[in-house]
Write a protein that binds this ligand. Structure first.
Ligand code: HEC
Length: 362
């Protein structure tokens, strides 16, 4: 053996305890283990060969934080800044107040980022990507054998003997300079999988002659005797004139005449109190602020961002004629571009908002 050459020594074992003992005695003689290949994790092994613990959790932390920042920014931009929308009565004017509704989304995005980037960094660190040469020197280590690898640049006799004495079933020595070349046909696994992918994609071709539809496995579900809802055999309609609990019917029609009617004669059935005004302000800031603006000047976020136009100012100069009745009517039915709010707000809540709109007109 020439001096100054590098040799790889492989010792193959068929028992992990024997392997560990062998590694220990090699280390006592001063040999350093380069790598161990095993079909499964051997718990004591980390300590024996002094593996450092992985830092992949930092990768998870960092990508999770990136996810946190991105999701907060995304939600703020979409839901608060660019196009605030009233969904389910969520306060839209403030990120902090609407926060509880955003938490699930933020949480999911954090998890998504942490998981995806942790997997990517795991693959990257382990060089597991398509087309990379396999690093495993002996396929038997994916089945029932264990392989310990030493790299030496001097006499290999001592380590070879030591491995044999301590129970290695096979010892091999390679000179690093005579590298093996991977022949084309040795890549057959890759070629076969590429072919299979290609065949799968080609088989999706819709120009293929149409086949008959498959047989129905259990037709009962399709051919069941279905009853129409609200027919004699199923649920009956509620008695005419039934209303739900707490619902106050509004008898004025959604017509111009109805509007004028409400304007002229509809009066507020609830008292003007500080409590009602406060409730009205809170609801206004959820349901109306994105269009009508904080002070009722018609400069809501959606107007400023040019998502909607033509919002009137509530002031007495701009809308001299509106009354409590007409405001209630408009909240109930909507008007032109403004939608109805009767499904989100009870009649009492609508009247509370009316009180606040009247206050903004002062
Ligand atoms: C999607 C945007 C939008 C929202 C949300 C909205 N409005 Fe309007 N509102 C409008 C538009 C547009 C008009 C002008 C309608 C017209 O006259 O063509 C209007 C008109 C009005 C008027 C004047 C109606 C009249 O008789 O001329 C009142 C009062 C009013 N809104 C109150 C409210 C209140 C109270 C809320 C919250 C419950 C609310 N709006 C929510 C868009 C909106």
């Amino acid at each position: 053996m020439k001096k100054d050459e590098t040799y790889i020594v492989h010792g193959l074992f068929n028992d992990d305890d024997v392997l560990i003992n062998s590694i220990k005695s090699a280390q006592e003689k001063g040999f350093k283990v380069k790598e161990v290949y095993s079909p499964f994790p051997i718990h004591k092994l980390n300590d024996v060969i002094g593996l450092k613990s992985t830092r992949i959790s930092y990768s998870a932390l960092i990508s999770g934080l990136v996810g946190l920042l991105l999701s907060v920014w995304m939600i703020w931009y979409m839901m608060i800044f660019d196009w605030p929308q009233n969904i389910g009565g969520k306060p839209i004017a403030s990120f902090i107040k609407a926060m509880p509704a955003f938490v699930p989304v933020i949480f999911e995005i954090i998890v998504l980022f942490a998981v995806v980037f942790m997997v990517i960094s795991y693959f990257f660190k382990n060089k597991l990507f398509p087309g990379n040469k396999k690093g495993n020197p002996d396929v038997r280590t994916t089945d029932n054998m264990f392989l310990v690898e030493f790299i030496l640049n001097n006499d290999t006799k001592q380590i070879v003997e030591l491995l044999k004495d301590t129970g290695a079933v096979e010892v091999k020595v390679f000179n690093v300079s005579d590298k093996k070349e991977i022949k084309f046909w040795q890549k057959s696994a890759e070629i076969i999988s590429l072919l299979m992918i290609a065949i799968t994609i080609i088989s999706c071709n819709s120009n293929a002659p149409k086949r008959n539809p498959a047989d129905v496995f259990m037709p009962d579900m399709y051919k069941s005797v279905a009853y129409e809802p609200y027919s004699e055999n199923s649920m009956l309609k509620p008695v005419l004139g039934t209303i739900k609990r707490g619902f106050m019917p509004y008898e004025i029609d959604n017509t111009l005449q109805g509007y004028n009617n409400a304007l002229a004669s509809l009066k507020m059935p609830i008292k003007q109190t500080a409590f009602n005004l406060k409730q009205g302000k809170e609801l206004y800031n959820i349901y109306c602020i994105s269009c009508h603006g904080k002070n009722g000047d018609g400069n809501g976020k959606l107007v400023l961002n040019e998502k909607i136009l033509g919002i009137p100012e509530y002031s007495k100069t701009k809308l001299p004629n509106i009354t409590e009745g007409s405001i209630f009517h408009v909240i109930t039915y909507g008007k032109n571009m403004m939608g109805s709010h009767s499904s989100q707000l009870t009649a009492t809540e609508r009247w509370q908002i009316v009180q606040y709109v009247l206050k903004l007109r002062e």
